[in-house]
Write a protein that binds this ligand. Structure first.
Ligand code: SF4
Length: 329
């Protein structure tokens, strides 16, 4: 039995908004009944277009956002409705790294202060001497592949990739066991992306970390993830191991995403079929009645427009939400 570190069950996040044309209160269904588990030391990748709810899932796990219903169990403890004091304690274990390394770092703070900021907030610096704190900051810099002599420099003196390494060092300084990595390479050049992904994989190996890795680039997410969840309009459409998802995508939305992702071999890239997704993602205030994907799916039939497909294991832990999955297979 796998050692499950994070268990999310039926999580919903609905925001009330004022309805159009005098309609009463309506709800934005940002996340609509999402469930998944992550074993200790493993990575769950979450992919999907913008507006799919993937970053909201990450922020809910961090408890930066409240959930409307469902459960978040971390390390055996229900943290769904944890109060302020519990959250402060929790954030020693759970840390988040965000997309933009430029805005995430306070330009007025030295790298040393940035890395030690969490220790001050958590009051973990009590009882630590100045020398011990300095050594900690320098050790964190070395851990992420930066020169410890950089500790007294300021963020503007670094490149984008180096700033993201500082961001990672700041998250690691509290010795967390779990990191939510929200589009952490999206703002970086392709060559730097590979270096940061390689760094995250090395850190996972060395420190036994568990990740949620959120991204829209399927090849990057594939590389680092053990399992991948594909989200669309607040729901998980497909969830399975990374290898299985890319070898045998079963949901029409996953098939379209994979068909549009660039592949390195130009001949194979030209030869393969591209599935074009027509139309826009529907509003999360008024999602379609049946399957969320029915307005853009080339296989949609009457049942798809009226009945929501269950999220079922079609074999070997490969979960799909599609009425016609067996026909497609
Ligand atoms: Fe397409 Fe129907 Fe499957 Fe939804 S349930 S993905 S609309 S075939």
């Amino acid at each position: 039995m796998a050692d499950i570190l994070l268990n999310v069950e039926g999580m919903k996040v609905y925001y009330p908004v004022k309805g159009d044309f005098g309609k009463g209160r309506e709800f934005v269904k940002a996340v609509d009944g999402v469930s998944f588990r992550i074993a200790r030391g493993k990575t769950l990748g979450i992919v999907g277009e913008s507006g799919s709810g993937k970053s909201t899932v990450g922020n809910c796990v961090m408890r930066n956002l409240n959930i409307t219903s469902g459960k978040i169990i971390f390390n055996g403890q229900d943290i769904s409705r944890a109060g302020k004091g519990e959250l402060r304690h929790l954030h020693k274990q759970l840390q988040m790294i965000t997309q933009d390394p430029f805005s995430a770092l306070d330009p007025r703070m030295s790298v040393r202060s940035i890395i030690l900021e969490g220790h001050h907030i958590q009051r973990m610096d009590k009882g630590m001497s100045r020398t011990e704190l300095d050594e900690l900051a320098e050790r964190m810099l070395m851990l992420v592949g930066l020169n410890p002599k950089f500790a007294d420099r300021f963020p503007h003196e670094f490149s984008g990739g180096q700033r993201q390494r500082i961001n990672i060092a700041r998250a690691l300084a509290l010795s967390p066991s779990f990191l939510v990595c929200d589009e952490i390479v999206s703002a970086l050049d392709v060559s730097i992306q590979a270096q940061i992904v390689g760094l995250m994989m090395r850190l996972q190996e060395e420190l036994g970390l568990t990740y949620i890795f959120i991204g829209h680039d399927l090849s990057v997410v594939r590389h680092i993830s053990d399992q991948v969840a594909v989200m669309y309009l607040g729901k998980i459409m497909e969830l399975t191991s990374s290898d299985e998802l890319y070898a045998h995508p079963l949901h029409p939305y996953t098939q379209a995403l994979i068909s549009a992702a660039p592949i390195p071999d130009p001949e194979a890239d030209l030869a393969r079929e591209r599935i074009l997704l027509e139309g826009e993602v529907p509003s999360p205030i008024n999602p379609p009645l049946g399957c969320n994907f029915c307005t853009r799916c080339r296989y949609a039939d009457e049942r798809c427009r009226t009945e929501e497909p269950p999220f079922l294991d079609v074999g070997g832990g490969h979960f799909v939400a599609c009425h016609r999955v067996n026909e497609e297979a």
